[in-house]
Design a protein around this ligand. Structure first.
Ligand SMILES: NC(=O)C1=CN([C@@H]2O[C@H](COP(=O)(O)OP(=O)(O)OC[C@H]3O[C@@H](n4cnc5c(N)ncnc54)[C@H](O)[C@@H]3O)[C@@H](O)[C@H]2O)C=CC1
Ligand SMILES: O=C(O)[C@@H]1CCC=N1
Length: 272
C-alpha cells in the first residue's frame, strides 16, 4: 500500500477507529499525526508512536494528506483556524464529516484542490469498516487510489459518482452500526429476566449476529429474504417472532428511520 504522511484534525471516535484500524494493518505510526484539542483523546494514542504535534499549522504543513474528523457543526470554525495560514494546494483533503459537501469544504479551505468526501463507520476499528467515497473532478487517479487503499485497509469501500448518494451511504453504513447495536440491546433487554447470566446473553446475541452476517457474506447467491425463510419453519418459533415484527410494522419503521437519517444529512449540508 502507498504510504503518505497523514494528519487527523480531530481524534474522536471515528478517527480512532480509522487510526487504530490502520495501525493494526501495519500502517507506520510515524506517518500519522493526530490533532485534538481534548487532551484525554490524545492520551489514547500515548502508547503508540503516533505523533501528537498540536501546532496545527506545523502539523498540516508537514502532511501530505489531511483527514478532517471533527463534528460537522465544528467544521467551519476548525477550518478557519488554518485556512489562510496553510497552503492545501498540494495536499489531499479527506473529510469524514456527515453532511458537509465538497463545495462547502472548498469554500472553507479555498486553497484546497483535491477533496475527497468519505463516509466510514466505526467497525473500521476491527478491519470490518464500510466506507463510501466521493471525489471531486480535480482529484487525480493516484490520489483516489491512495484514499481507496487507506479505507480498504480497514474494510470494504464503495465509490459513488453522485455526491447526493453520500446521504444514502450514511444511512446504510455510517450510521447503521448503531441500528444493529440497538437491535442487539433490545434482544438483551428481552432476556434480562430469563435467568441467563449477562455474559451468556451477550454471547448468544453477538454470536448469532456474527453468524447471520457471515451467512449473508458467504452466500451471495441467496437473497436476504431466502436466508430469512430458511430459518422460519411454518407454524414454528421464528414465524411467531416475525409475525410480531410485522404487526408492529418493523419494515416501515426501518424505512422511516433510514429516511430520517438521509433527511438529517441533507439538512446538515445546508446548515453547516
Ligand atoms: N462516529 C461515527 O460512527 C462516525 C462519525 N463520522 C463523522 O466523523 C466526524 C467525527 O465524529 P466522531 O468521531 O463521532 O466525533 P467525536 O466528538 O468523537 O470526535 C471529534 C473530535 O474533534 C475534536 N475537535 C473538535 N474541534 C476541534 C478543533 N478545532 N481542533 C482539534 N480537534 C477538535 C474533539 O475534541 C473531538 O475529540 C463527524 O463529522 C461525523 O459526522 C462519520 C462516520 C461515522
Ligand atoms: O451520527 C452521526 O451524525 C455520525 C455520522 C454517521 C455516524 N455518526
Amino acid at each position: 500500500m502507498q504510504q503518505k504522511s497523514i494528519v487527523f484534525i480531530g481524534g474522536g471516535n471515528m478517527a480512532q477507529a480509522i487510526i487504530f484500524g490502520l495501525l493494526s494493518k501495519g500502517y507506520p505510526a510515524q506517518l500519522i499525526n493526530v490533532c485534538d484539542r481534548n487532551p484525554s483523546k490524545l492520551a489514547l494514542f500515548a502508547h503508540k508512536e503516533v505523533a501528537i504535534e498540536q501546532d496545527k499549522e506545523k502539523a498540516l504543513q508537514q502532511a501530505e494528506v489531511v483527514v478532517l474528523a471533527v463534528k460537522p457543526q465544528a467544521m467551519a470554525e476548525t477550518c478557519a483556524e488554518f485556512a489562510s495560514a496553510v497552503d492545501f494546494s498540494d495536499k489531499l483533503v479527506i473529510s469524514i464529516a456527515a453532511g458537509i459537501s465538497c463545495a462547502r469544504l472548498a469554500q472553507l479551505l479555498p486553497s484546497a484542490q483535491a477533496i475527497i468526501r468519505v463516509m466510514p463507520n466505526t467497525p473500521a476499528l476491527v478491519s470490518e469498516g464500510m466506507t463510501g467515497l466521493f471525489a471531486t473532478e480535480q482529484v487525480n487517479l493516484p490520489l483516489k487510489q491512495f484514499a481507496q487503499q487507506l479505507f480498504s485497509a480497514v474494510g470494504q469501500i464503495c465509490w459513488v459518482d453522485d455526491e447526493q448518494q453520500m446521504h444514502h451511504i450514511t444511512a446504510a453504513a455510517g450510521s447503521s452500526p448503531a441500528y444493529f447495536f440497538l437491535f442487539m440491546e433490545a434482544m438483551a433487554q428481552a432476556l434480562a429476566d430469563s435467568g441467563l447470566e449477562p455474559e451468556q446473553i451477550r454471547l448468544l446475541i453477538q454470536q448469532s449476529a456474527l453468524g447471520a452476517a457471515k451467512m449473508v457474506v458467504d452466500n451471495p447467491q441467496l437473497s436476504l429474504s431466502q436466508l430469512r425463510e430458511n430459518v422460519t419453519s411454518k407454524g414454528g418459533t421464528t414465524a411467531a417472532a416475525l409475525q410480531v415484527f410485522q404487526q408492529h410494522q418493523f419494515t416501515q419503521q426501518v424505512q422511516q428511520a433510514m429516511q430520517a437519517c438521509i433527511a438529517r444529512s441533507q439538512q446538515m449540508e445546508k446548515q453547516f
